[in-house]
Design a protein around this ligand. Structure first.
Ligand SMILES: *Cc1c(COP(=O)(O)O)cnc(C)c1O
Length: 385
């Protein structure tokens, strides 16, 4: 949290539990993949109802590993949303594959459009990446059916949606499943501003044994046994089965992650209550849109986002917030608009371009108070019209 902001965009909910977790590791004198990572993985898997959870260094590392585990390479295309953090696109280039950008559904639903995916699937499509924007779920029934019918892997970039449940698709196979269990494989981030924060860190979840096995090897140099296994006397030597990386998570981060995991349900509920308060104060603003406000369903409420009627109104509100020392942000600039991605197919991307020009991310974090929400909304309402 920056001291200059009266209301920051996000803030950590760290207290004695995270401190105790860190001390436990320091005193235990085992720093790399060990009991904390093992426990974090199994607790995470249990919460999500998935067979495998693999802790990694970051979500970017997770995405890289997942593309590698799926064997994505130079002849492959990976369909992904134009409104996203750039990691999914960067890692596409890292494995030599081609990103193909699909537009979002609309300004009120800034998640990848199933119709756009359908138009872009070809024989070269290796995978579709969906991103549950702000913690709100993508149209998973339609997308999962399409991917299954076309033999394309479905990857969840679940960085915004840890702890969210899919309430859509009543009667269908995905109904009531947790985010992270809705596709072939999912990537989570524990970066400082995420709902579950450890500083750096991430998790990959999957129900597929074949993917999990490859991920496990790729995460740690392609080696068949880890230092921890040898320490426990389970293995004396090892083989290297494929060329891998070092994308492991360490014990300190895992221990902090476990403390954060225990607070996740409560903190996501707190986010929900604050988001509802925002919606109540901001709903009467004519011409402005609160994405997902009209949609039912669960969310991890990672972001509180407001879409302005035009770019000028957006700037007016951003300036007014800054003058009051209230931090705001933009999630996200349009990825195919970046120099590194301009040459890739994105169709016209009309909704994504417009969303990136008009959207504002407002402060939202579990320790925020109702009075702070009221304060932020008063500034917006005065500047909006
Ligand atoms: C944070 C984030 C990432 C990257 O996560 P890191 O752990 O920082 O690598 C990727 N995608 C989305 C949607 C994110 O929000």
């Amino acid at each position: 949290m920056c001291a200059d902001w009266r209301v920051p965009l996000s803030d950590l909910d760290f207290d004695v539990e995270e401190e105790a977790a860190a001390l436990r590791v320091l005193r235990g004198r085992w720093l790399t993949m060990g009991p904390e990572v093992e426990a974090f993985e199994s607790e995470f898997a249990q919460l999500l109802g998935v067979r495998h959870a693999l802790a990694v260094a970051s979500a970017t590392a997770a995405l890289h590993l997942v593309y590698l585990a799926l064997d994505a390479g130079p002849t492959d295309e990976i369909i992904q949303p134009g409104i996203n953090f750039v990691a999914a696109a960067n890692m596409t280039l890292a494995v030599g594959a081609t990103p193909v950008f699909a537009d979002i559904v609309g300004l009120a639903e800034p998640t990848i459009s199933p119709r756009e995916i359908e138009q872009r699937i070809t024989a070269r499509t290796k995978a579709v990446v969906v991103m549950h924007y702000g913690g709100f779920l993508c149209r998973m029934d339609e997308i999962a059916t399409m991917c299954r019918d076309r033999g394309v892997a479905l990857i969840e970039d679940a960085c915004h949606a840890v702890g969210a449940r899919y309430e859509g698709g009543a009667g269908g196979p995905l109904h009531n499943r947790m985010v992270g269990a809705l596709g072939d494989v999912a990537c989570f981030s524990f970066f400082s501003n995420k709902n579950l924060a450890t500083g750096e860190g991430g998790m990959i979840t999957t129900n597929r044994d074949d993917i999990a096995e490859r991920l496990r090897l790729l995460r740690s140099h392609g080696m068949t046994a880890l230092t921890w296994d040898r320490h426990k006397g389970h293995a004396a030597s090892y083989d290297v089965r494929l060329h891998g990386y070092n994308y492991r998570l360490d014990e300190l981060h895992a221990a902090i992650g476990r403390a954060q995991l225990r607070k996740l349900g409560r903190n996501n509920e707190r986010r929900r209550a604050l988001a509802a308060l925002y919606t109540r104060y901001l709903q009467p603003l004519t011409g402005w849109t609160i994405p997902f406000a009209e949609l039912e369903g669960d969310s991890a409420h990672h972001l509180m986002v407001l879409v302005a009627p035009d770019e000028e109104s957006r700037q007016r509100v951003v300036d007014a917030l800054r003058a009051e020392r209230i931090q705001s942000s933009l999630h996200y600039p349009y990825v195919p608009g970046f120099s590194a991605f301009k040459r890739f197919d994105a169709g016209d991307g009309a909704h994504g371009r417009s969303f990136a020009q008009r959207t504002i991310t407002l402060p939202l974090y579990p320790t925020m108070t109702a009075a702070q929400v009221e304060d932020v909304c008063a500034v917006i309402r005065a500047a909006a019209c």
